[in-house]
Design a protein around this ligand. Structure first.
Ligand SMILES: [Zn+2]
Ligand SMILES: [Zn+2]
Ligand SMILES: [Zn+2]
Length: 363
């Protein structure tokens, strides 16, 4: 993630709505992927110092402060490119839900920043009801309207189906999420991680399902036509394969080739975004600077793809070794508690190749 600069030279961060130094109001411009100070030039109309366009605030920014993105004046939608992808929001009559929804949208915006930066295609459900991308943030229903326990309770499963990504609202609540992480014996469980993982399923449908990559996908990840329900039951009753660390990037990835792909995809997004952040802060390790893979992406050509991946992975290993050591010095858990085997590395290389080829074909 990039940092941005205010006109007063103060550093601005992606979720900011106000400069802490000069108190300018801020808005994120999705068409430029930049955060900038905004000035109201007519009621509800804003301008930045650098853009030629006028903008309105996303309705979720103007009315509820759950967003900081802008909508260009030539776009008739009242919601920004991120908020319009949300098909179902939580019930806001429950006061705690506004905060949880805000956290959901914040993580979604961070996912979309990476998706847009990587020039990946996003088609909304409004554009394609059958396979377009949409999000539903749903709550478990365990009580009736009077607070009485229901005999038949309904629990929400986080997952993806035909472009619709459903996330259980509980995942935005840190205490519930940590409890779940402990129960599932996971080393890493974050809201952003869920968004990255689930987006992997959507992009599998877009980029792999009916493509020339399918054969190579099956060689690396296995045959996705094996029964999913059976694989899931077997994973939850027997746990992961004993040798999962040699083959998969996480224990969960061993459940089914689709989950393996989604986990690998999520890790690729972790790598690209975190390296961009480190690069923005001009991190060097042992005197050698860390590169920004997104700069390589912008200037890429097919011949550079492999070189870029080698550099990306090398920088990622150097960064995460330092990052984990820093966290331990603070008494915190490792930021990146994973070891990437040769098999997982080949899968990451494949994700990189698919993304870069997709970008090349859309240029
Ligand atoms: Zn400022
Ligand atoms: Zn918005
Ligand atoms: Zn999944």
């Amino acid at each position: 993630m990039k940092t941005f600069a205010c006109t007063c030279k103060n550093t601005l961060h992606f979720p900011n709505t106000e400069c802490v130094k000069c108190h300018s109001m801020l808005g994120f411009l999705p068409d430029e992927l930049s955060l900038a100070p905004i000035k109201e030039v007519a009621p509800g109309m804003y301008r930045t110092d650098t853009s030629n366009h006028l903008y309105r605030k996303c309705r979720n920014y103007a009315e509820l402060d759950v967003c900081n993105w802008m909508v260009r004046d030539d776009d008739s939608h009242s919601l920004c490119q991120s908020c319009r992808l949300t098909e179902t929001i939580p019930n806001l009559n429950d006061p705690k839900n506004l905060r949880l929804w805000f956290l959901m949208e914040e993580a979604k915006r961070r996912l979309l920043y990476s998706i847009f930066k990587l020039d990946l295609p996003v088609v909304s459900k409004q554009e394609n009801q059958v396979s377009g991308l949409g999000f539903a943030f749903l709550e478990d229903v365990t009580q009736d309207a009077f607070g009485n326990e229901l005999t038949i309770k309904s629990y929400v499963t986080t997952g993806h189906q035909s472009g619709l990504i459903t996330i259980n609202l509980n995942e935005a609540d840190p205490s519930t999420r940590i409890e779940m992480r402990e129960k599932m014996q996971e080393q890493y469980r974050t809201l952003l991680g869920h968004f990255r993982h689930e987006s992997g399923h959507y992009f599998w449908d877009c980029l792999i399902k009916n493509s020339a990559y399918l054969e190579e996908f099956r060689r690396l990840f296995g045959d996705e036509r094996i029964d999913y329900q059976h694989a899931m039951q077997s994973y939850y009753s027997n746990g992961p394969a004993a040798d999962w660390q040699n083959v998969w990037i996480s224990a969960y990835a061993s459940m089914h080739p689709w989950e393996d792909w989604a986990e690998t995809w999520a890790h690729y997004l972790h790598m690209v975004d975190t390296l961009e952040t480190a690069n923005q802060f001009e991190f060097s390790i042992a005197g050698s600077p860390l590169s920004n893979p997104l700069v390589a992406h912008e200037h890429d050509n097919a011949l550079l793809t492999e070189t870029n991946f080698t550099r990306l992975f090398d920088d990622w290993c150097r960064l995460t070794r330092a990052l984990n050591a820093l966290n331990r010095s603070m008494g915190l858990d490792d930021a990146y508690p994973f070891v990437i085997s040769l098999s997982a590395l080949n899968k990451l290389r494949f994700v990189h190749k698919v993304i870069e080829s997709e970008a090349l074909s859309s240029k």
